[in-house]
Write a protein that binds this ligand. Structure first.
Ligand SMILES: [Ca+2]
Ligand SMILES: [Ca+2]
Length: 252
């Protein structure tokens, strides 16, 4: 009998120890922060450059354990703007550079003197498009060549001077830099396909975003009003693939 009581009391003690653990589990705090940044590339090493960079990130903190996600890509040329206001009248080529973050090491706000910071591995390519047009400026066809310059190079995107400037350092190429033209940091979800209102978005993906992307349908670097922010699959063309992605994300 004595043994039975002892066992029962030990069981109670064990339950007693277990209850606070459950109570603590209910105190889990989850904090989510979304970041969007878009910049204009103006400088590549000592030379002027023309292009854009865009980055999205999500920082999640679950009871002091951080998890991050980030996507970033950039496109730039050395000699010519990538947007054409008039249809081309003859065949032409355009050579440009692109980079894409392919693996993320660190994503932080207010880190080491920077307003926003992403480090990771980047691929860099030199891309050349040859466009064939008729006398009316209609695109008859094109060819693309892609030359890998850097594969999995270590690099970091740093936003500084109170979100005014950015620098993109990638091992093996010169420093890219320019101005931040838009950024958003919030506790609400910033959706990649929310691109209306000059790219700032309005918090939801709907017909307004679809119209904005559809207006750039068929545009490519150097041809029409190509916009990296709306080239969701980053295949250098705003086409049915991007519209399909947007349509799949439209909210009721
Ligand atoms: Ca929208
Ligand atoms: Ca595309």
């Amino acid at each position: 009998m004595y043994k039975k009581i002892t066992v029962f009391m030990l069981a109670l003690l064990a339950i007693g120890n277990f209850i606070p653990a459950i109570a603590q589990a209910e105190d889990v705090s989850i904090q989510k922060t979304w970041v969007r940044m878009r910049g204009r590339i103006t400088q590549w090493g000592a030379s002027p450059a023309f292009g854009w960079i865009c980055a999205h990130a999500k920082l999640v903190n679950v009871t002091d354990i951080s998890r991050e996600w980030a996507a970033a890509r950039a496109i730039w040329t050395q000699h010519q703007p990538m947007v054409s206001t008039h249809p081309p009248t003859e065949n032409f080529t355009i050579s440009f550079f692109i980079t894409k973050l392919i693996d993320t090491t660190l994503v932080e706000l207010n880190y080491s003197g920077y307003d926003f910071y992403i480090s990771g591995l980047w691929n860099v390519y030199n891309v050349t498009f040859a466009y064939y047009v008729d006398g009316s400026g209609n695109l008859l066809g094109f060819s693309m060549t892609l030359e890998a310059l850097i594969i999995q190079g270590e690099g970091e995107l740093c936003v500084l001077n109170d979100w005014h400037d950015f620098q993109l350092r990638i091992d093996g190429i010169d420093l890219l830099s320019g101005d931040v033209i838009m950024y958003a940091v919030g506790q609400w979800e910033i959706k990649i396909c929310d691109v209306n209102g000059d790219g700032v978005g309005d918090g939801k993906v709907d017909i307004h975003d679809l119209v904005r992307v559809a207006r750039r349908y068929g545009s490519m670097p150097g041809l029409g009003s190509y916009d990296i922010e709306m080239d969701f699959n980053f295949d250098f063309r705003i086409d049915i693939g991007d519209l399909t992605t947007l349509a799949a994300n439209i909210e009721a």
